[in-house]
Design a protein around this ligand. Structure first.
Ligand SMILES: CC(C)(COP(=O)(O)OP(=O)(O)OC[C@H]1O[C@@H](n2cnc3c(N)ncnc32)[C@H](O)[C@@H]1OP(=O)(O)O)[C@@H](O)C(=O)NCCC(=O)NCCS
Length: 180
């Protein structure tokens, strides 16, 4: 997956009503491992990774690449919001040549249902609009992932297609912020 090299990084931390979005630090490592190894959190993604493997391979500061935000609530790690570029070789695009900015998000299961994902993704989309103005931002999520579909709708994604990947139907949305 191509990254977002070229955007100003690291960004200033982003404060929302309840959340702080910031670049990852070493203290986030346990939370990131929890997300990657949780069968619940990875149900509509690639499935859980082996904790032994992840513990062995993850650097002391996780996810240090451009485009990855840690989401913090009340001083605790609650999830991540990430931006990548969507490889042209994969299905699901809104422009010829692909490499659209693609957002993904995950909240630790104990923190689901508080509106954290919608609040964090909204703030992250504001940031990316400033960092890469005018670029379409896409989101792909399994249609079976009803919570994610709801988050997509709430933060302003509109459906532009569906396709099959990883033996599942995927929803392709593009973000079109309202302009006045
Ligand atoms: C998707 C995910 C990020 C949502 O996190 P969250 O903080 O609980 O999300 P929010 O509270 O902001 O919003 C969830 C919405 O889905 C709704 N929802 C939750 N479960 C639902 C279900 N089974 N059916 C329908 N709607 C559901 C909630 O009611 C809420 O909608 P509302 O605000 O209108 O009430 C979280 O479930 C997650 O981390 N999943 C694993 C990772 C993942 O699948 N990411 C998506 C791929 S990018």
């Amino acid at each position: 997956m191509a990254d977002l090299n070229g955007v100003p990084w690291p960004p200033d931390p982003i404060q929302t009503t309840r959340l702080l979005l910031r670049t990852p630090v070493a203290a986030d490592r346990d939370g990131v491992i929890e997300l990657l190894c949780s069968p619940v959190a990875t149900r509509y993604l690639a499935g859980p990774q082996s904790r032994t493997d992840v513990e062995r391979t993850m650097p002391s500061t996780p996810s240090g690449r451009v485009g990855v935000f840690t989401v913090e609530a009340n001083g605790r790690f609650v999830g991540t919001v990430s931006f990548d570029r969507r490889d042209a070789s994969r299905p699901g695009h809104v422009r010829t040549g692909g490499l659209e900015v693609e957002v993904s998000y995950a909240i630790v299961p104990d923190e689901w249902g508080h509106g954290y994902a919608a609040e964090a993704v909204t703030a992250a989309l504001d940031w990316v609009e400033g960092a890469l103005p005018g670029e379409p931002v896409v989101l792909c999520t399994q249609t079976a992932n009803l919570a994610s579909m709801r988050v997509a709708e709430r933060v302003g994604f509109v459906e532009v297609g569906r396709f099959e990947e990883f033996d599942a139907t995927q929803w392709l949305g593009v973000h079109r912020p309202e302009r006045t």
